[in-house]
Design a protein around this ligand. Structure first.
Ligand SMILES: [Zn+2]
Length: 107
């Protein structure tokens, strides 16, 4: 199967440089979260009734979602620049972008 850039559809032939990208959405909460007060029967009942009304995939995505895609060097550079610019006003994002190196997949 021929590899292509998922952004621009440019073919990425064998031996060509490409980027495996992952975006992870990991849910976070603090002590003000309505369910962080302990597992009382009332909290569990409320949570169960909420879960029964929702699509299972939506529930899982609310907790954790990972999107994977392949980019060519041109699209990687453009997308990384756009993301850094988009979140540049947040100090934490700037810090993470500088500190967290991309690790190659070890399969
Ligand atoms: Zn591309």
């Amino acid at each position: 199967m021929e590899r292509k850039c998922h952004e621009c559809d440019e073919p990425l032939p064998a031996g060509a440089l490409f980027y495996q990208c992952q975006v992870e959405f990991i849910s976070g909460y603090d002590e003000d979260h309505p369910y962080s007060g302990g597992e009382t029967d009332e909290n569990i009942d409320t949570l169960v009734s909420r879960l029964e009304e929702q699509d299972p995939q939506d529930v899982m995505d609310d907790v954790y979602q990972k999107i994977e895609f392949v980019l060519c060097p041109v699209c990687r550079k453009r997308m990384a620049g756009e993301l850094q610019k988009r979140f540049a006003r947040h100090t934490e994002t700037k810090k993470m972008a500088k500190i967290v190196p991309l690790q190659p997949k070890k399969d």
